[in-house]
Design a protein around this ligand. Structure first.
Ligand code: G3H
Ligand code: 13P
Ligand code: ZN
Length: 315
């Protein structure tokens, strides 16, 4: 089936108390690992592409991979721009065939964020594309995504009244909220507690409205241990507990962003292959197991989010 927007899947997710997994893609192995997992679990899926991914892989290659993926499956698949930072980038993605874009102006003043988001919404809606926006600031640092420090995560949570006003003023289709999650592998210094009250309060103010949770990798210890055992150096990592993700997915959170956990799965497996087979130099011998590790990680997440088996109702 052709690419879809998030409209129907979010409605089903909200009503059914589950969330859709949004996984970042940068290359063929990630694409295949994610799609294979979604196919085996009969799950709807959001493939998201960041500005950095566009620059790394060339959007034409990624688009061709997605076209192949949707031709080979009958799954509801969304092609989404992750953390778009300008009107021009969002416009380019709409023209490239994305069915969903994120405009992330959360680092600007609320007034500027509102104006920029509204302009993207007006343009995207004219082309049948849905828009995710963000208000409040997440923690963590990744390429092109700079947030607050680990210590400050909880002091930057989204203000529910501001969120309500922002959604009404911009007409955005979903809203990424800061509720204590954080980007990357080094999210927290101590076991985190998410601000479920923020999700609950926005849910009351905007009934039926889909929220998005970024920075939702759980940074599983077994993968960090493998990376460190096989020559890596990633001390003091910490992620969002999977139970907290499952709890949010049962609430108003309809989309959960996961990138770091896929990176960890791929890196751990490649390190293991290299350490155990130092003479190996055929890329298929390490990228193949890496792709399988990505697939298993995605399958695990689809169960955490509760969207395994939900493809049929999202078509
Ligand atoms: O939240 C950001 C995503 O993990 C994408 O990261 O900008 O390094 O592609 P990236
Ligand atoms: P993680 O770094 O926790 O995987 O978050 C990814 C993300 O939010 C992409 O937008
Ligand atoms: Zn993000």
């Amino acid at each position: 089936m052709p690419l879809v927007t998030t409209e129907k899947m979010f409605r089903q997710a909200y009503e059914g108390g589950f969330a859709i997994g949004a996984f970042n893609v940068n290359n063929m192995e990630l694409m295949q690992g994610i799609i294979e997992a979604a196919k085996e679990e009969n799950a709807p899926v959001i493939l998201q592409i960041s500005k950095g991914a566009r620059a790394y892989a060339n959007i034409k290659y990624l688009r061709a991979l997605i076209d192949t993926a949707i031709a080979e499956t009958d799954l509801p698949v969304v092609m989404h721009l992750d953390h778009g930072d300008t009107f021009d980038l969002c416009q380019q993605c709409v023209q490239d065939g994305f069915t969903s874009v994120m405009i992330d102006a959360s680092h600007k003043s609320v007034k500027e964020n509102t104006a920029l988001t509204k302009s993207v919404v007006d343009y995207a809606h004219q082309h049948g594309v849905v828009v995710e926006a963000e208000i409040g600031q997440l923690g963590g640092i990744e390429e092109d995504v700079v947030g607050v420090s680990a210590d400050d995560v909880m002091s930057h949570v989204t203000d529910p009244a501001e969120a309500e006003e922002f959604v009404k003023a911009t007409g955005c289709d979903s809203l990424a909220v800061a509720c204590g999650t954080s980007h990357g592998a080094f999210k927290f210094k101590a076991e985190p507690k998410l601000a479920f009250n923020v999700i609950e309060e926005i849910g009351k103010r905007l009934p039926g409205y889909p929220l998005v949770m970024h920075g939702s990798s759980s940074v599983p210890k077994e993968f960090i241990d493998l990376i460190n055992k096989y020559g890596g150096n990633m001390p003091n990592t910490m992620g969002v507990p999977e139970e907290a993700i499952s709890k949010a997915a049962k609430m108003a959170v309809c989309k959960v962003n996961i990138d770091t956990d896929l990176r960890l799965a791929l890196t751990a497996k490649i390190r293991q292959v290299f350490a155990e087979n130092p003479a190996e130099f055929d890329p298929r011998k390490y990228l193949g197991p890496g792709r399988e590790a990505i697939k298993q990680m995605v399958k695990r997440k689809l169960h955490v989010l509760g969207c395994a088996g939900k493809a049929d109702i999202c078509r």
